[in-house]
Design a protein around this ligand. Structure first.
Ligand SMILES: C[S@@+](CC[C@H](N)C(=O)[O-])C[C@H]1O[C@@H](n2cnc3c(N)ncnc32)[C@H](O)[C@@H]1O
Length: 259
């Protein structure tokens, strides 16, 4: 059987660039950063952002003084990232970012050379996601950190049941795949499946959390909410996402891994 093509974001980069202005997107970025912050060491760390997209995490990390290499396959996403960096970052922060066009195999740096590797919402689009996750982990130094954020199976199942979307449910049960809000086909992972994939590489799981456990269905935009209301939502999402009784329900699952 021929390999499925890789899903790139050319064509949907415009929609995705507005994602962090929605409550759903904002919750995702804020909760992931809050989970990750206690594990980040002192700046400057050498960070690889695999499928860094329009650069929201890279912009955050360079503002903390870290050096970030983004490897990104979509030209449109890279253009959105450049716009973001030109608009929001100071020249000395922009100088900390290296943008590489293509896939992991396009990277000039030797493997196992990064202190931190981010893979946020990328493995779920790959034709062979398990192999891809193992490859991502191999780019961290021994003892280095990997932050993996992928679609959660039980969150996807709960959403399909709520919407009475039988086609999505059947696809999920038969092939662990669904069509996401961008209209792209993605793989959804149970926590057990991710644990097995990670542990088979010899890496250790530091913690895992659910992301967007409660507010998946709220349609608000960040700009329409007061600061205290927004803080209440983030706090609730952070604590429920780290509650072992409910975290598996997250729309996304966030694994922090030590190589
Ligand atoms: C859902 S977006 C996430 C972007 C960013 N990580 C974030 O969290 O905002 C997924 C990104 O991964 C990129 N991508 C998909 N497969 C890739 C691959 N094999 N190598 C590099 N980038 C890839 C897509 O083009 C897209 O920009």
């Amino acid at each position: 059987m021929p390999d499925e093509p890789i899903t790139t974001f050319d064509g949907v980069a415009g929609s995705f660039s507005k994602y962090d202005t929605t409550l759903r997107g904002h919750v995702r970025y804020q909760v992931v950063r809050r989970n990750l912050t206690p594990y980040l060491g002192k700046a400057p760390l050498k960070v690889l952002d695999v499928g860094g997209g329009s650069g929201p995490d890279a912009a955050w990390l360079v503002s903390l003084g870290h050096q970030v290499t983004i490897v990104e396959i979509s030209k449109e996403q890279r253009l959105y990232a450049e716009r973001r960096f030109n608009f929001f970052l100071r020249p000395e922060e922009r100088a900390l970012i290296t943008m590489v066009e293509g896939e992991l195999s396009s990277l000039p740096a030797p493997a196992a050379s990064f202190d931190v590797v981010l893979c946020h919402g990328v493995a779920m689009y790959q034709p062979a996601p398990r192999k891809f996750i193992a490859e991502v982990i191999s780019w961290a130094k021994p003892g280095g950190l990997v932050s993996l954020l992928e679609k959660g199976y039980y969150g996807a199942e709960a959403r399909a049941i709520y919407k009475q979307d039988f086609e999505q449910l059947e696809s999920l049960h038969a092939s662990q795949k669904i069509i996401n809000n961008l209209g792209l086909r993605v793989h959804a992972f149970t926590p057990d499946a991710l644990e097995t994939i990670i542990e088979m590489t010899g890496a250790k799981i530091e913690q895992w959390s659910g992301v967007r456990v409660i507010t998946d269905r709220l349609p608000m935009r960040v700009a329409d909410m007061s600061k205290p209301a927004l803080e209440t939502v983030i706090e609730a999402e952070y604590s429920q996402g780290n509650n072992s009784g409910i975290r598996a329900q997250g729309q996304m699952l966030h694994f922090i891994i030590r190589r």
